[in-house]
Design a protein around this ligand. Sequence first.
Ligand code: AMP
Length: 186
Amino acid sequence: MNLIIFGPPGAGKGTQALKISDKYGVVHISTGDILRSALKNGTELGLKAKEYMDKGELVPDDLVIGIIKDRIKEQDCRNGFLLDGFPRTLPQADALDSMLSAEGMEIASVVSVEVEDSEIVSRILKRQQEEGRSDDTEQVVQNRLQVYRNQTEPLRGYYEDKGKLSEVDGIGSVEEVFSRIVEAIG
Ligand code: AMP
């Protein structure tokens, strides 16, 4: 089963993604994690991505599409995968559809974790204190939210039209939100 977890930065996608991949036995693929690790290892991809990530901007579509194209062909994705942080733009969603149909695969379900802006900013600033992510400063957070609303949120309509979107309330304990997600995936 191939899944997408979708939602604003700080909605708790990463935490839920680990629990989902565990329960359903699917590989967790986070483009943010892949880019951060590329950055840490000083690869060309990391260097290219850094200037965008530091400002809370999206990395160009062709870079992330290339990452996902290579990743989903790997053996461990055969039993299914969970995409976290991808797609984030309509061109990315279109590219995903084409690459999946070329491989005879499809997305079973898209779970959208819903959280209000005011709650998000306080959650992310807390995460900054705990994890020290360099793109978690208030100004960058506000920019990431703006980018999310402008460029990523339209994807809800995209997947709704395909009958694949499930909206889940992201407020509550990790376990509460997780049980809503499990119900939504069915
Ligand atoms: P995340 O950990 O998913 O919040 O991603 C951290 C940062 O990585 C984002 O603010 C973007 O700069 C970049 N990034 C991650 N995934 C994507 C994507 N699908 N498209 C463009 N940029 C991305």
